[in-house]
Design a protein around this ligand. Structure first.
Ligand code: PLP
Length: 401
């Protein structure tokens, strides 16, 4: 396999019979690409912003300028497309927000959007404030309630249904296959923010979704040192091409160094996701019996309302995110977060270090997040250490109240 660029490499991979390999095998080897000149197993970082034209005025390399396209970005996109089984490919953006807003930007004025009430708060705020200025109309609905979802759709007018599953910060689970059926019956597309699941646990396109989005800042990169976003598409149709055009026109592409770091992270994604999901499940189980925890929100617990659907559409674990509702209310939650030592009190998710956050404080006035909720992003530390630290913080906060 000696390939000058990613699309070529993908077709060679198929020719070599590599397409039968498990995604984790292909990801571990970054598709098995060898750099042809030196035979290096790590692809070079392409930094050039411009490329020499051929004497006949063409660009036979496929590259002309780095704003629409870059080889390091393209190679990382090919791994992401493989992970999501995305026939149209994947597009990397400078952040998850840039990726999501490019998808909404591809709609036309007058189009109607249905989105979930439980979703990443900054995107919800953007939808509320910016989408109407672009002529879009919106309905927010609890997308785990399929009857409510069906009722919110305006046949002929609804062009995009946007779901996030598991949904931040309550980790509600929406049935992707059922939502796709409902959206398609009305002539709408289904887009899924799958950030909290990762392609290790869920592949929304295989379940009928049209577009999958990730904040690649989270577990895809996993080391809290890259801000990135990705869209992956089921079909290279006019909508997908419009998104590609929006990225090229707005300059929203990810930088090559960030794409290089992201590629490096994708090679260990399966290990990290499995370890983090196992730790999240163990913590959820132990915290369920804690006297100072009123409720644990995690779709991997059999008594969670999303468990049945999660078991169907998630595999090899239920993800790395859980929340707890603290018995001491808002004050107890804030005091607990103040007393952890191992957990880091910080926003974001998906890194190898565990993070804790009083979510309502971050979202500010008008937040729908319960005030007694602490959001936990589980890393790869020893689970006993993580539990012990949280247990001590809960007890200290309670004793000092
Ligand atoms: N979607 C989800 C579920 C998120 O948690 C985030 C960020 O926290 C985003 C989208 C936005 O991603 P970014 O911060 O990379 O713009």
């Amino acid at each position: 396999m000696s390939q000058p660029n990613a699309p070529q490499a993908l077709s060679d991979t198929r020719r070599d019979g590599m397409s039968d390999l498990a995604p984790r095998s292909l990801a571990a080897q970054a598709m098995g690409w060898i750099e042809p000149q030196t035979r290096a197993v790590v692809r070079p970082l392409h930094l050039s912003t411009t490329f020499v034209r051929d004497p006949d005025n063409g660009y036979s390399s496929g590259y002309s300028y780095a704003r629409p396209d870059n080889a390091t970005v393209r190679e990382t996109e090919a791994v992401l497309a493989m992970l999501e089984n995305a026939r149209a490919g994947a597009l990397l953006f400078g952040s998850g927000m840039a990726a999501a807003t490019a998808a909404f930007g591809a709609l036309e004025p007058g189009d109607h959007v249905v989105a979930g009430t439980v979703m990443y708060w900054a995107l919800k705020r953007w939808l509320r404030e910016e989408a109407p200025r672009r002529g879009l109309t919106l309905s927010f609905v609890e997308t785990d309630d399929l009857d409510a979802l069906r009722a919110a759709i305006q046949p002929g007018r609804t062009k995009l249904v946007w779901i996030e599953t598991p949904g931040n910060p309550l980790w509600t689970v929406t049935d992707i296959a059922a939502a796709a059926e409902i959206a398609h019956a009305a002539g709408a597309r289904l887009a899924v923010d799958s950030t909290a699941a990762s392609p290790v646990h869920t592949r929304p396109l295989d379940l009928g979704a049209d577009i999958v989005m990730h904040s690649a800042t989270k577990i895809l990169n996993g080391h809290s040192d890259v801000v990135a976003g990705v869209l992956a598409g089921a079909a290279a149709d006019a909508f997908w091409e419009r998104i590609r055009g929006i990225r090229a026109g707005s300059g929203g592409i990810l930088g090559p160094f960030e794409a290089y770091l992201l590629m490096r992270s994708l090679r260990t994604l399966h290990l990290r996701a499995a370890a983090q999901a196992e730790a999240a499940l163990r913590l959820a189980q132990r915290l369920s019996g804690h006297p100072l925890v009123r409720r644990v929100l995690y779709p991997g617990l059999p008594d969670d309302p999303g468990y049945a659907v999660a078991r169907r559409q998630m595999r090899d674990g239920f993800g790395y995110m859980l929340s707890i509702r603290v018995a001491g209310g808002e004050a107890g939650a804030i005091a607990t977060a103040a007393r952890v030592r191992l957990w880091k009190r910080a926003t974001s998710l998906g890194g190898v270090e565990s993070l804790i956050e009083h979510r309502a404080s971050v979202e500010g006035p008008g937040s729908a997040c319960p005030p007694d909720l602490l959001r936990l992003s589980t890393g790869i530390e020893d689970t006993n250490d993580l539990y012990g630290d949280l247990d001590r913080a809960l007890r200290d906060a309670h004793a000092e109240a």
